[in-house]
Structure formats: C-alpha cells, structure tokens
Design a protein around this ligand. Structure first.
Ligand code: PLP
Length: 223
C-alpha cells in the first residue's frame, strides 16, 4: 500500500528545492511501484540485485532504477543493461567493472561515490582520503573510463535522534562535495548530486544542500 497524500506532499515540498525524490521500493511488491508510477513517480531505488532485475522485467521501461545498496563487482553485469544510477561506489575496482559492463551495452552509467559519514562501523563507504586516492586512479585512467560518469556523492548519517550530529555529518559530505566540484570536477556540470537523506532525516539533508533523497518507509510503510 502506497501513501498517496504523503507522496503528493513530499513531491511538492521537494520540487520547491529542486530535490530529486528516489522512492525506495526494496522488499515492496510490484503493485506498489506501479501505483506510485501511475501517480507520476519515475525514480525508484532498490538494493538487491535479483529483486531489481525481476522488478525491471515486470514494470514500465521508462522507470529510472537507482541501485542504492552495496554492490559486489561480480553482480554489476546483471544490472548494467538498464540501471540509471549506481549510488554506492566505494572502490576503484567497482568503478572499473561498471565501466567494463556498461561498454558491453554501449552505454554510460552514472554513479555516485559513497562517503562514510556515520559513526557506525558497519556502514560502507570511503572517507575523504580514500575518495581522494580513488580519484587519483580515476584521473590517471580517465581516458579508458568513458562508460562511467561520476555525478556526485552519496552518504548515510548515523542512526540517531541527535539532529546536530546528523546535520554535521551531512555538512561534512556537502563540504567535501563542494571541494571536489571546485577541484577535480571543476567545470564538470554533471558532478552535481548529493544523495543524502532518508525518511527520518531528509529535511535535515535538504537543509544541508542535499539534492537527492532516498525515501522508503515514509511512502510504502515500514518494512
Ligand atoms: C532502505 C534505504 C533507504 C530508505 O530508508 P527509509 O528509512 O525507509 O526511508 C535509503 N537509502 C538506502 C541506502 C537504503 O538502503
């Protein structure tokens, strides 16, 4: 079941700040996705490869599928044909594999680099120095990486009620995003996305300059 009034309110609220809404539909049935699609939603987020490929085969072809979870290199091949954006790139090896698989389908896949901003050890992602190191490889081999495009950063804040803490974690990502857009990605208009914010903290994310939010339970109910 989809919460239509919430979707409508959220959509107009986010449109006012030019923020893209990713409806996170993981574990939810195809009928829920179709319901939101019929209302006009086009960007959907999934984080299991098999679930995503099944849903892709059953739903309208103009859906923009975002892969938002941790992705193993050996699974890229299953989604390379159709995925719109991969949010959680956390190694150069994965970036190379996305490029290789995208080339096979003669397309260019948009990706975000996952930055680790939360306190929890379990969350994936790279810190500033790891991203910088990865981007050194990227810059050195850019001529061979024509089928992948780095469009920004993605991050998840700590799972806490402490709004100051969440705010400072989002600000850290935003600051590093600005630094990158003024250095390595200077003059690259495509480097434009800060994917931060989920159901519980999207308002704080937008305040900190987030322009893409990934929202699941608020739209589809708890999982
Ligand atoms: C599940 C998930 C979300 C959505 O979380 P909600 O709290 O349901 O809004 C956002 N981002 C990622 C990476 C997720 O795995």
């Amino acid at each position: 079941m989809v919460n239509k009034p919430v979707w409508e309110k959220l959509t107009s609220e986010l449109a006012a700040t030019h923020t893209t809404l990713i409806a996170v539909s993981k574990t939810k049935p195809v009928s829920d996705i179709q319901e939101l699609y019929d209302l006009g939603q086009r960007d959907f987020g999934e984080n299991y490869v098999q679930e995503l490929t099944e849903k892709y085969s059953l739903l309208p072809p103009d859906i923009r599928w975002h892969y938002i979870g941790h992705l193993q290199s050996n699974k890229v091949k299953y989604i390379a044909l159709f995925v719109h954006m991969i949010h959680a790139v956390d190694s150069f090896k994965l970036l190379e594999e996305i490029n290789r698989q995208a080339l096979k389908h003669n397309r260019c896949i948009d990706v975000l680099l996952q930055m680790h901003i939360a306190e929890e050890e379990t969350k994936f992602g790279m810190d500033e120095s790891e991203i910088a190191r990865m981007l050194e490889y990227y810059t050195a081999q850019q001529d061979t990486l024509n089928n992948v495009r780095i469009c920004g950063l993605m991050g998840m804040a700590s799972n806490t009620e402490d709004e100051n803490k969440i705010t400072s974690e989002f600000a850290r990502l935003r600051n590093y995003f600005i630094f990158l857009s003024e250095t390595i990605f200077f003059n690259k208009a495509s480097f434009s996305v800060c994917s931060i914010g989920m159901s519980a903290d999207y308002k704080l994310a937008v305040k900190q300059g987030g322009n893409m939010v990934r929202i699941g339970s608020m739209l589809f109910g708890s999982r």
